[in-house]
Design a protein around this ligand. Sequence first.
Ligand SMILES: [Ca+2]
Ligand SMILES: [Ca+2]
Length: 267
Amino acid sequence: MLATRIRRWKSVALATAAVLVGLTAPALTATPAAATTTAYDSTYYKNAVGKTGTSLKSSLHTIISSQTKISYSAVWNALKVTDQDPNNSSNVILLYSGVSRSKSLNGGDVGDWNREHTWAKSHGDFGEVTGPGTDLHHLRACDVQVNSTRGNLDFDNGGSTVTNGGGSLVDSDSFQPRAADRGDVARMILYMAVRYEGDDGFADLEPNEKVGNGSNPYMGKLSVLKAWNEADPPSAFEENRNQVIYDTYQHNRNPFIDHPEWVEAIW
Ligand SMILES: [Ca+2]
Ligand SMILES: [Ca+2]
């Protein structure tokens, strides 16, 4: 069952209506994206709602750290469910390219899809042992060659066209997903930053303003990821994915899919 989520435009409309009937004064300065409400606010997120900054990040860390973990080998079959093409149950949708490909073509050869670590596993060197390296919230089905092109690059705007990349761009130090995947990538990266705080034997993952982070536990560029979160709000595919991970596999949620405005509230 999908979370009931009142989208941003509706919150804005309600706020505007309140202004029109004189209930609230119009804001005179720029404000972050209007708050969303979800079916989980009074339950799953009850200790986070209303907070901002480090207080919000800390509360969310506690909430989402309660999870079931799966092995790297189990990720294959999980992705066949989480990343299923809503229009063809035999296929998965591939990150970055948007291609729909047979679930049975998982593997390592040209034309196969494999397991992309959106937060590159070398950034913090967490590998494929059970933990951040197997966390479904940032693992996605991806074309083998496109995955290789992305490699461990940081995210930024610009570059030249990625072959069969759906409009994604790459240069020597960064990768830009196709437009429809930019917000997804931002929310996956920032989930990882909140989930992994260095208290469970793995590195404290954090976004920063750099590219070329190498094996440091950082991922850039934060300002670009924030812009992508705004430009590409959560889609039905992304919301369903979050729900399937919550219901079936890990029993934790990506807060930034439920509340994209929490990106600005923290960063
Ligand atoms: Ca999207
Ligand atoms: Ca962190």
